[in-house]
Design a protein. Structure first.
Length: 400
C-alpha cells in the first residue's frame, strides 16, 4: 500500500479503498440482515469490536451502553480527530426482496446506518494497514441510538471527547437523492433542531345528537391544529425556516359519541436558535386561546430534542479540499440546510466538526427515500465513503 505522502499527492486513496469493497459490502449486508434498535446494538458492537482488535487498535466497549471506540495512535503526539458512524436500525418492516433483507420482523436498516458502520470499519482497516500517521491520533467512534435516544449525547456524557482528547469530528450520511460519486455539504447550520410536542385537549363528552350539551374535544383539536400553522405562516419571519407538524392524533371511541379528550403528538423543527427558544411560548399562547374560546382546557408538554448540526467553516474547507482530491473537481455541491434532525449536532456543540451527505443514488438500487420500507442504496458508494473518511483524517492530522 502506498505511503501517506503519496496519498496526499493523488487520488490513489480511492483506488486503495476500492480494494476493500467486497469486504465492506459483506459487512453492510450482514448488518442489514441483523438490524438492532437503539441501545440494543449488542451483536453489531461485538462484530465491530472483534474486527478492531484484529487490526491491533485500542478498543473500548460500553460507552453509551453499546458504543464501541477504536484508537489508532500516530508515531508522534499531535491533534486527534474522531470519525463517527451510527449503528442503530429503525422499527420498520423490510419489504425488499433481496438476499440481504432483514431477518428480524419489524426492524430494518432504513436509514443507511449499516452502511455508515461498514464504511467506518473499512476506513479503520485501510488506515491501520498503512504505516501509522506521522503525528496525531484517529478515533473511530461507533455510536448507538442516533434515531431516538441521542446516542451522541450519551457518548459525550460517558467521556468520549474528554477521555480521548478529540479536537475535531467528522461524519457522513448516505443520501439517495445525491448521485453516487458526489457529495453535498452545508456551511454553518446544516440540520434543524428537532423538538417534540404533546397536547391534550380536554372537553366534556356526550351524545353526538346533542353537541350543545358537550365540549367536543375533536372539534377543538381540529382548530388547534389549524391555528398552529398560523404560527409558521403569520407569526414567524418568512426567511426563518420552521416546521410544526402534528403527526399523531388519538381520541374518540365511536361515531355517535362526542370525545371528551383528544391527544396530539407533533414535532417542531427550526434552524434559528433564537426562534427555537420563542416557539414554546407562542405555541402555548395559541393553544390556550383556542381552547379557552371553546370552553375546553388543555395540557401541553414541550421537550427540546436534538440541537442543530452546525458545520465548522474550516472543517468544510477541509472536506472540499479532500473531495477535490478523492472524487475530482466539481463532484460536490454546497446545499441548503435540511429540516431533518441528527444527533451528530451534539459533537458540533463541543468541537469543530463536519457532517456531509454521501451520494448513494442510482435508478436500480436507490429509488426510495430514507426511512422507507423499500430503502436500499448503491453499494458502489461504499468505498467512496471509506476513502473520504480516511483522507479527511489524514489531511486533518497532516495540517497539525
Amino acid at each position: 500500500m502506498e505511503d501517506v505522502a503519496a496519498l496526499y499527492r493523488s487520488s490513489a486513496i480511492l483506488t486503495e479503498a476500492s480494494a476493500l469493497k467486497e469486504q465492506v459490502t459483506a459487512w453492510r449486508r450482514d448488518f442489514h440482515r441483523h438490524p438492532e434498535l437503539g441501545l440494543e446494538e449488542e451483536r453489531t458492537a461485538e462484530v465491530i469490536a472483534a474486527h478492531l482488535r484484529r487490526l491491533g487498535l485500542e478498543v473500548k466497549q460500553g460507552l453509551a451502553r453499546t458504543g464501541v471506540v477504536g484508537v489508532l495512535r500516530g508515531s508522534n503526539p499531535g491533534r486527534t480527530i474522531g470519525l463517527r458512524a451510527d449503528m442503530d436500525a429503525l422499527p420498520i418492516q423490510d419489504q425488499k426482496q433481496t438476499s440481504y433483507r432483514s431477518t428480524i420482523d419489524g426492524k430494518m436498516h432504513a436509514c443507511g446506518h449499516d452502511a455508515h458502520t461498514s464504511m467506518l470499519m473499512g476506513a479503520a482497516t485501510f488506515l491501520a494497514k498503512m504505516r501509522p500517521p506521522e503525528r496525531g491520533n484517529i478515533v473511530f467512534v461507533f455510536q448507538p441510538a442516533e434515531e431516538n435516544h441521542g446516542g451522541a449525547r450519551l457518548m459525550i456524557e460517558d467521556g468520549l471527547l474528554r477521555d480521548y482528547g478529540i479536537e475535531a469530528m467528522a461524519g457522513l450520511h448516505v443520501f439517495p437523492g445525491v448521485p453516487t460519486g458526489e457529495i453535498t455539504a452545508v456551511r454553518g447550520v446544516s440540520c434543524a433542531a428537532a423538538d417534540t410536542l404533546f397536547i391534550r385537549i380536554i372537553g366534556s363528552g356526550g351524545h353526538a345528537a346533542r353537541p350543545h350539551q358537550s365540549v367536543d374535544a375533536v372539534a377543538v383539536a381540529a382548530q388547534v391544529i389549524t391555528a398552529l400553522q398560523h404560527i409558521t405562516s403569520r407569526q414567524v419571519d418568512p426567511l426563518d425556516s420552521v416546521v410544526i407538524t402534528i403527526g399523531k392524533i388519538e381520541g374518540g371511541t365511536a361515531s355517535n359519541v362526542i370525545a371528551p379528550e383528544v391527544n396530539l403528538w407533533g414535532t417542531v423543527r427550526t434552524l434559528n436558535p433564537a426562534l427555537r427558544e420563542q416557539l414554546p411560548q407562542q405555541i402555548e399562547r395559541m393553544v390556550k386561546g383556542v381552547t379557552e374560546a371553546n370552553g375546553a382546557a388543555y395540557e401541553l408538554e414541550y421537550q427540546q430534542g436534538y440541537p442543530s448540526v452546525v458545520n465548522d467553516v474550516s472543517m468544510i474547507d477541509l472536506l472540499l479540499e479532500v473531495a477535490d482530491d478523492v472524487l475530482g473537481r466539481g463532484k460536490y455541491r454546497m446545499d441548503r440546510p435540511s429540516m431533518g434532525g441528527e444527533d451528530f449536532s451534539y459533537y458540533t456543540q463541543h468541537v469543530p466538526s463536519v457532517f456531509f451527505r454521501l451520494g448513494v443514488g442510482d435508478e436500480q438500487h436507490a429509488r426510495y427515500p430514507l426511512h422507507h420500507p423499500m430503502f436500499d442504496l448503491d453499494e458502489d458508494a461504499l468505498p467512496i465513503g471509506v476513502a473520504l473518511l480516511s483522507k479527511l483524517a489524514l489531511t486533518y492530522l497532516g495540517k497539525s
